[in-house]
Design a binder for this molecule. Structure first.
Ligand code: 5AD
Length: 355
């Protein structure tokens, strides 16, 4: 698909939008089937060294009470995942790279592997780290990593982040390369409906995913947060319903462009519409991340306003999502890792011979 075709599809509405969604679902079902995998999400800590201008848990937001989940709470969430047949968990956290933090992740990975006798798959989403750290975590059992590029246009990226080397676009790209070298299944993604973002940027985001031959993607609508600098642009944003619809289109187009990748139906979709994640599946997604963070900590992880599930515990969330999966015409796949087929195919491609 070329840029013009993508741009045209991003503009569809009414009947042709429905057609786009059914085409994406058909492509998914033919390529990887209608199976959906749960990844139990554990929001390990909201302590963050970064100051991204859109994010509710940015370092400078003094209104957030910072927490660190105790090890036992993390392990309990993993036991829940195991008991309910989730094949995998995702450990997500604010970004830090102190030895305390990187050692802790390492230890937790090993403990999760032991408690599940190796059966739980582990995805990490802990930001930019050195290649050594990524290597160490991989050796301890993490095999998938999510690092959203947030906006693939470097100029747009600059407008969303403080202008310093710690928040440099190049650093993020470099991190994606490290992850790939270490052997992870690599996931990235963007926010949709950001201030200053154009339809051309969104088309380029999709081409970026293709060009980087990613294994997994998580993307969702941008939702403004009152305690962030970008909030001043709230009047310039597309209506929430439009951001939602655009997100569905992005999922559907990506599914057609990259039929064998894993695509998450993001929680942010549900922040706009109660059945948002169901609709994500009906646009071609195949991954859902039920939140397993103990409810008393959830207030602390408000990346955006109106984040759903604040008081719905792991069991209630899971029950609801099982119904959503069926309502979306999908089949929940329990006790399986649900690795990206793209990754399996990519890994079986012999490396190029350099003469
Ligand atoms: N709206 C939507 N998504 C957000 N994220 C952070 N802040 C927001 C926001 N205001 C997303 C980022 C990050 C992920 C963990 O949460 O894309 O990678």
């Amino acid at each position: 698909m070329d840029r013009d075709q993508i741009l045209e599809l991003l503009q569809t509405s009414g009947e042709s939008l429905k057609e786009l969604m059914s085409r994406a679902v058909a492509v998914r079902n033919e390529t990887i089937g209608n199976g959906v995998y749960f990844r139990g999400l554990v929001e390990l800590s909201n302590i963050c060294a970064k100051d991204c201008l859109y994010c509710g848990i940015r370092k400078s937001n003094r209104d957030v009470s910072r927490y660190e989940l105790p090890d036992e709470a993390v392990l309990e969430a993993c036991r829940f995942a195991l008991a309910h047949g989730f094949g995998s968990v995702v450990i997500q956290s604010g970004e830090r790279s102190s030895p305390d933090f990187t050692d802790r992740i390492d230890r937790l990975l090993q403990q999760i592997k032991i408690l599940s006798e190796g059966s739980l798959g582990i995805t990490l989403s802990c930001g930019e780290q050195t290649e050594e750290t990524y290597k160490r975590w991989f050796a301890s059992g993490a095999h998938r990593y999510l690092l959203r590029i947030e906006a693939s246009n470097p100029e747009l990226y600059k407008k969303l982040h403080p202008n310093d080397t710690f928040h440099a676009y190049e650093r993020r790209i470099e991190s994606l390369g490290f992850l790939r070298n270490c052997g992870y299944q690599v996931g990235t993604g963007v926010m949709i409906g950001l201030p200053f973002q154009t339809p051309g940027d969104l088309a380029d985001d999709l081409l970026f995913f293709k060009q980087h031959d990613i294994d997994m993607c998580g993307m969702g609508p941008y939702i403004e947060h009152a305690d962030t600098p970008l909030y001043v642009y709230r009047d310039q944003l597309l209506p929430l319903t439009t951001r939602f619809e655009l997100s569905l289109k992005m999922i559907a187009i990506l599914r057609i462009m990259m039929p064998d990748v894993n695509i998450a139906s993001s929680t942010a979709l549900q922040a706009i519409t109660p059945d948002g994640r169901e609709q994500g599946l009906m646009a071609g997604a195949n991954i859902i991340m039920p939140n397993l963070t103990p409810t008393k900590f959830r207030e602390g992880y408000l990346l955006y306003s109106n984040k759903p599930g604040l008081d719905s515990d792991a069991l209630a969330t899971t029950r609801h999502l099982i119904e959503s999966v069926a309502a979306a015409g999908c089949t929940l796949q329990l006790n399986a890792w649900g690795d990206s087929l793209r990754f399996a195919r990519r890994s079986s491609i012999p490396p190029p011979i350099i003469s």
